[in-house]
Design a protein around this ligand. Sequence first.
Ligand SMILES: [Fe+2]
Length: 401
Amino acid sequence: MTLAADDPLGRTPDFYSYPSRPIDTAAIEEGFVVIRWADGAELRAYALWLWENRMADQGIDERTREGKLDPAGLPDAAVLRGARISSGHLVVEWHEASSSEFDSGWLRHVADGHESARSAIPPSEHWTAADLSELPTRPGPPVLDGDEAAVAEWLRLLCRFGVARLEGLPVDESVVGEIGRRIGALRDTNFGVTWPVSVDLAPTSTANTSLPLAPHSDLPTRETPPGHQLLHCLINTCQGGLSTLADGYAVADHFREHEPEHYDALATLRWTFFNRSPDHDHRWSGPIIDEGAPGSPLTLRAFHPVRGFPDMAATDVPRAYAALRRFSAVAGSTEFELRSAFRPGDLVAFDNRRILHGRTAIDMMGGTRVLHGAYIDHDEIHSRLRVLTRRTASAPMSTPQ
Ligand SMILES: [Fe+2]
């Protein structure tokens, strides 16, 4: 698959050229064109979906390769009159004596599921401390230098495990932003585009104290909390302050399978979260374990320093607290929690909505600990990974395992 942005007469409703995949048969069945390939692959393409995807500046705008039809103006599905094959491509005949050609390679990529939202994104692998004895780690300098294969390999690890570390990076506070921009746009918040995590005499967040941090996810005060977090270690000469990480999928699995009453409370009862900065008042209400709609990523809301009044019936509050206590105990147990020391030059990326992170108390006597962080959403990680997968794939895009 190659980019075909300069092709003025595109054959496909996007900017990619697909290897030809000659179609074997095409037949009309109840408003669908059923397209089959010799290897057994099949695509049932509805008449109006094909109508919307007509090239030659009909359904698809040639300049943007985006659809330009208002659904209110769609014809009846009976517009479909015939289907045949020409040079391996699909030709559809319409009732008004016009016809449209559809690229066989593009149709095959749809048949293979590569137009789905999960295309090229490795499936999540749920892990406990026994499964992942140490953080998945790759060398940092190739990623900082923009080596596309190295960036793609690191992002695949991040999607699989929800956490992936880079090591050996320069110790400079600009690095976290540079690494983030190898992926895409950073997410700005009231903490800034990038932000320090160090012990602060006038802290605006518990993160900037020497207190221990229980297993948590950042910014549950937002409708959609940041998708990922990048934390780069600049200095660490402290005792304590070990970084803790636990897989929220595995923790949710545990409750669903072994403590279903607590799971129900965690997944359905809502809490209000609000930040308490003098100049900001972000608030959101949601459950601790938010599975979202089918196919959505997991969202954990678990930053207890900003948890407010229970947003639930008073009769539910006792079981909500009982479940919350178990949730934090399980997430912080040796069965689920990995502990590691930040080394200067390490950058740990993790899924902020999936991975519960925290730290042990920092002993400031005789040492300093300075991290620099940034947020970047799932959209940016997934987009970059799809683009890199397309660029480096010699065959049609597949989902790397
Ligand atoms: Fe945090």
